[in-house]
Write a protein that binds this ligand. Sequence first.
Ligand code: BES
Ligand code: MN
Ligand code: ZN
Length: 508
Amino acid sequence: MQTQLSFTNLAAIETELLAVLATDTQTAKGPDAKPQPVLLTSDEKVRAAAAAVLASGEYKAGSNETILLHAPAGLAAKRLLIVGLGKKAKATVHAVRNAAGTAVRYSKPRAIRELVFTLPEATTDLGLTLPPGASARAAAEGAFVGDFDPDTYRSERKDVSVHSFTLAARAGSEQAAIQTAFNEGSIIGESQNFARSLVNEPGNKLTPTVLGERAAQMASETGLKAEVFSTDKLHELKMGAFWSVSQGSEEPPALIVMKYEPEGVTDGPVLGLVGKGITFDTGGISIKPADNMEKMKYDMAGGAAMIGAMRAIALLKPKVRVIGIVCAAENMPDGKAQKPGDVQTAMSGKTIEIINTDAEGRLVLADGITYARSLGVTQLIDAATLTGACVVALGMINAGAFSNDDETIERFQTALTTSGEKFWRLPLGDEYYDQIRSDIGDIKNTGGRWGGAITAAEFLHAFAEDTPWIHLDIAGLAWIEDNKPFIAKGPSGVAVRSILEWVRSYAN
Ligand code: BES
Ligand code: MN
Ligand code: ZN
């Protein structure tokens, strides 16, 4: 998808589709409180073209609600699409991101390959906070996110891409800032889609080796250093936990290491991004039921999020060093597979009693975290589709976040206000750790039914130790079950934007 900015008069823009935003300014409640939709543009000709439909009461400017006018009077555009941001109180930058996705997803199935999206203005004194830079960035992100569809292997793809997305803004003093933000948003949206494209791949196409190749390819295109190691390196580093997961598969594991070292930055933080990259999770000998097992191709979404975030970091160039590590393996049952009761020695030297071979994510991450620390990282973040228990706790609305350090996670929570993603902090605690003490060794890989997301986090904590660390459990958000107006069902690319923003908070 091509993106560009236009600072010309809206009414004069020749396009297949001109999208403008609206919000409902009605604050009263009750049966007499009719919606009061207002367009977020000061362009008189656009306002005139939309006046009748807004007055009709047919259109409420609800969240992502659309209405289309053909041959709008007085405009050069062939179509005028009004996209709702919802009630005024909800008309935020995050609503603009979704509205841009909605405009793109409205266009795709109608074979509209080119559209112009109007940067919102708080025309009258609506009291909205829609800063032009942040809105431009969000619009670009949302447009790319909306453009992605998962049907890559369909012989006749129904919804081919929108070719051209133009953001139309008023000429003025903020032009340069809008341009910068829009370019950033495009990079971020593309990086999120890159992560989604990896997650979308089935397990037979995207093995650990192929994931390594894709990461290395991306790294060479964006100027990152990357190395992809396999079995020998795991043995050399004594990564007994990571290896134990891959030992039951014909597919060799991949330890993917991506380094971003900005010129002139020789001190300050070194951030470690560690992702779970299970390219398929059968459960191993503790095999999963057949129902929905096909979904377990997305068990590398944490790793894909790190690869997507590294891409954005490489292109946006924050002044902070970052190391991305993805622990990729396939979890299979086999004559050589590990068994419940086996004891493994992790890279850190800790011995792990395997209770359930389906709790494999924490095993690969344990060694990934130890490896990151051995490379000298000062702050760590991991992302993983780690537990069904996290989905039980938070549903598919919030992902889980855990941390051993308030300052570190507060930065992440601040990053969320920019990314618009939802993560909810859950507790850690010694009492939870007690659930994973082993009788035969140091630690067990499962802690029983209760608090399963937390005992999994405590397992990782035992390897992060006192390095400031955040754990993101994205099991409930990495895959979207139903189509939404602004995003297709399938891989979401969750965490890419938030991790990027967290990284940027350390840039000097
Ligand atoms: N990959 C799964 C977790 C998962 C579940 C991700 C549902 C996405 C959707 C993970 O490897 C797993 O199997 N976890 C087990 C842990 C249990 C054996 C302690 C789980 O959550 O059931
Ligand atoms: Mn599993
Ligand atoms: Zn898993």
